[in-house]
Design a protein around this ligand. Structure first.
Ligand code: UD1
Length: 336
């Protein structure tokens, strides 16, 4: 049984990936510093799969703790989620973002190099493309200068991994996520935003639940069908499954290059108003919202061309926007 380290394994995407890894027969060990989640998630994962993953509370910025973990553990692959992810916050605290997102990545790769470990999966983001000229966005679209320190950590992260793959005996895949939403069917794990949500879906569900007064729709003067911005919203369980596919590709040595990157989205773009309408349909709740000005740094439209990911990873999304929003709503209702 292959033993896989999942860093940030108690976070939103991490926890869903742990469930899918266990279901696929992998032995999972989680590292999380609990900075943006709670230990309950470990029990909730256990309730879903019947298997309690091994857990280590480690801050990956503390090098000797990372080294000591690897001294005591044999690992066949790493899926690295642990990172800060708030775009706005990163603008005000860039050094925290570089220290955490880049520092921990370097420490992990050093341990892999020193111990000749292989098979590394990295959480990247479609943010690396900025506003792409051509839609849908293929993996060949140029990388644009990052709009935020957060986005920069994803770009630099990919560079560091690529150069490490070239220099050492390392194989890695970066998955460029589009917009992950929704939660597990069991309603035992989901997204747990701290404070006021910055992302659209948790803001919608909290507004519908009465926690927020109204949703602000950021701009209706974009050059899109209804004037609101377009994104590719992917169900987090579909996204989690892409990690299993990528991991198997590396373990089975089916990768074509030592460093590869794939777009992980549905291929379908939805506008903010379409998301609101779909949410109202699946929840039966009327959403209180108003149109306000554009949010700084937002792009008009981003959705994935998934042709390469579908073919190379032998993976495709199975869930609809309706299902994703319904699961997000059920999860919200459970929080009361
Ligand atoms: C954002 C980040 C992206 C990051 C991702 C992580 C920016 C510019 N991009 O993506 O780099 O990887 O989060 O989850 O911050 N919207 C509203 N009202 C709201 C919230 C959002 O109208 O209260 C709109 C936004 O303008 C956007 C869409 O909803 O058009 C999606 O927003 P969001 O969920 O924040 O994701 P992104 O901005 O696409």
């Amino acid at each position: 049984m292959k033993r896989i380290l999942v860093t940030g394994g108690l976070g939103f995407i991490g926890s869903h990936t742990v469930v899918e890894l266990q279901s696929a027969g992998f032995n999972v060990v989680i590292i999380d510093d609990l900075s943006n989640t709670t230990i309950d998630v470990l029990d909730n994962i256990t309730e879903i799969t019947g298997i309690k993953p091994e857990f280590h509370q480690i801050d990956l910025r503390i090098k000797n703790e990372v080294t000591s973990f690897f001294d005591n553990n044999t690992i066949d692959g790493i899926i690295h989620f642990a990172a800060f992810k708030a775009v706005g916050e990163s603008v005000h605290q860039p050094l925290d973002y570089y220290e955490n997102n880049i520092g921990s990545l370097v420490y992990l790769l050093q341990e892999m190099k020193n111990r000749k470990l292989d098979n590394f999966i990295f959480s990247s983001s479609c943010t690396v493309y900025g506003q792409a000229v051509e839609l849908p966005i293929t993996e060949n679209a140029p990388i644009k200068p990052a709009e935020s320190p957060y986005g920069n950590t994803k770009q630099i992260g990919e560079e560091i991994i690529k150069e490490s793959c070239n220099a050492y005996t390392l194989n890695a895949i970066a998955l460029r996520y589009f917009n992950p939403i929704g939660g597990h069917d069991s309603i035992k794990i989901g997204e747990l935003p701290l404070g006021v949500p910055q992302n659209l879906i948790p803001f919608i569900t909290q507004t519908a639940a009465g926690i927020r007064k109204e949703l602000s729709v950021f701009g209706n003067d974009y050059p899109t069908k209804d004037g609101t911005a377009i994104r590719d919203y992917i169900h987090v369980v579909d996204l989690a499954k892409a990690h299993i596919a990528a991991l198997k590709r590396l373990i089975n040595k089916n990768n074509k290059n030592n460093f590869e990157f794939f777009n992980v989205g549905t291929g379908k773009g939805s506008s903010v108003l379409e998301v609101i309408n779909t949410f109202e349909n699946v929840s039966g709740k009327k959403l209180n919202y108003k149109i306000v000005g554009r949010r700084e740094g937002d792009i008009t439209a981003a959705y994935a061309d998934t042709t390469i990911a579908n073919k190379e990873l032998n993976w495709k999304t199975e869930k609809t926007l309706d299902e994703a929003l319904e699961s997000a709503w059920k999860w919200q209702l459970k929080q009361h």
